[in-house]
Design a protein around this ligand. Structure first.
Ligand SMILES: [Zn+2]
Length: 63
């Protein structure tokens, strides 16, 4: 009846809040690149879950 559909937007916002909180506490969050599995610590890379190189590659293939 009450199908629970996960919306990407909500999840993303939660994630950003969590990351901001961790940074405030002095943690340095890291995620693995979805494409190559490398650990990323750069803020932008974490937001995308993609390293700069893979992000560019993904953009190229998407375009
Ligand atoms: Zn990568």
């Amino acid at each position: 009846m009450n199908d629970h559909i996960e919306t990407g937007g909500h999840q993303e916002r939660k994630e950003q809040e969590l990351l901001a909180e961790l940074r405030e506490l002095g943690y340095r969050p890291a995620v693995r690149c979805l494409s190559c599995g490398q650990w990323l610590v750069a803020h932008k890379s974490i937001q995308r879950h993609l390293g700069p190189v893979c992000a560019r590659r993904a953009k190229d293939t998407a375009a």
